[in-house]
Design a protein around this ligand. Sequence first.
Ligand code: PMT
Length: 401
Amino acid sequence: MRGKTINKKILLGVCGGIAAYKAAELVRLLRKHGAEVRVVMTESAQHFVTPLTFQALSGQQVYTTLIENDQEQSMSHIHLARWADQLIIAPATANMIAKMAQGLADDLLSTLYLVAECPTFIAPAMNQAMWRKPVVQENIARLKLHGVEIIGPEAGQQACGEVGLGRLSEPDQICRRLLGNDAPKKLQNVQLLITAGPTREPIDPVRFITNRSSGKMGYALASAAAKAGAHVTLVSGPVNLTAPVGVSLVSVETAQQMYEAVMTYVDKADIYIGAAAVADYRPVTVNTHKLKKNDDNLTIPLQKNIDIITEISIRPDKPFVVGFAAETDNLESYARQKLIQKNLDMIAANWVGKPEGGFDCEKNALQVYWLEGQQHFKMTDKSELAEQFLDLIALRFRAER
Ligand code: PMT
């Protein structure tokens, strides 16, 4: 890291842990590289290091409570969150990670996280057994899905005497990650349009046809693309997820609405990714009243929905088109057929209907095919997988253009 960065405004949240002392060194390094730093401390952090230390190192008032006594002198939590170009929480304890993952806002730092719209990083530090606990890993996976970047933790000797993964990353390493963000990214300024989640095809006012897609794969890709510098528009069916940081969300319900939304944004798209599980059929008529349970059998006539991705890939000015294939058998041959039939640039095939991977779970594996090649990604966390797959998309996109 050479020279000074131009006035980057960094909001540092410090939680209570033995590694809190390393946050003081982080402030010193960030300032040395030209960043402006403001520090927020949780109550327990103040048992490890005093606010005075951070005040002296940052040259700024240190924030410790949601309501400051001197409102004139202090920034409100809203202004503080808006002021920041980046939010970094270091060390981030298991407790703070859990609060962030659940959207709890019971102190200044957790409230700031909810208000902040800037890129957010956490550098976890905790006992190795704590870090390995499934609930902590689930919370981390959830934060990744919401666009939070995780720095570390590192392996080694811990303050408690145990050895394992859980040490706070070195301040120099954290500093590099924060300030190194200025380097041009692999999808810098690329316009990326992506679909995610299921569609719902109404039968009557209370019933619909849908599928098991949770949207997690598509949201993870949207988040990874935004981090890679792309301008991301995410057209999403009904899911239980919040839009990743920096992503424009367009919410839809039916396949027809998804088609219309996609057509609104496709003109300026450089890359289109169809990760949504779009219903292939919809009821011919939508009953205006709830269907009554009269007969032993009920037949609902269905008609084909428009194939959104094909509509895009037949355009003369088509973007780089990446499709998905969700299959219960013949994964490779069905995926290759779709690659050709739908005129795609790439297709990512995944198994569905198996105990692990595919629909509505944290992990997935992908077999990616294009005309001249293929690459397989093994079963891993969807946010990790999304980053790996996006690297390949960026590579193929650059090769094609
Ligand atoms: O959402 P998750 O729970 O995380 O699960 C992820 C996933 C399994 C849904 C995802 O990885 C995935 O495979 N998405 C595509 C599912 C699908 O609809 O596959 P398909 O083989 O039926 O469709 C092939 C391609 O055509 C897809 O890119 C699909 O978006 C597109 N399509 C399909 C029908 C239609 N009417 N319009 C389309 O654009």
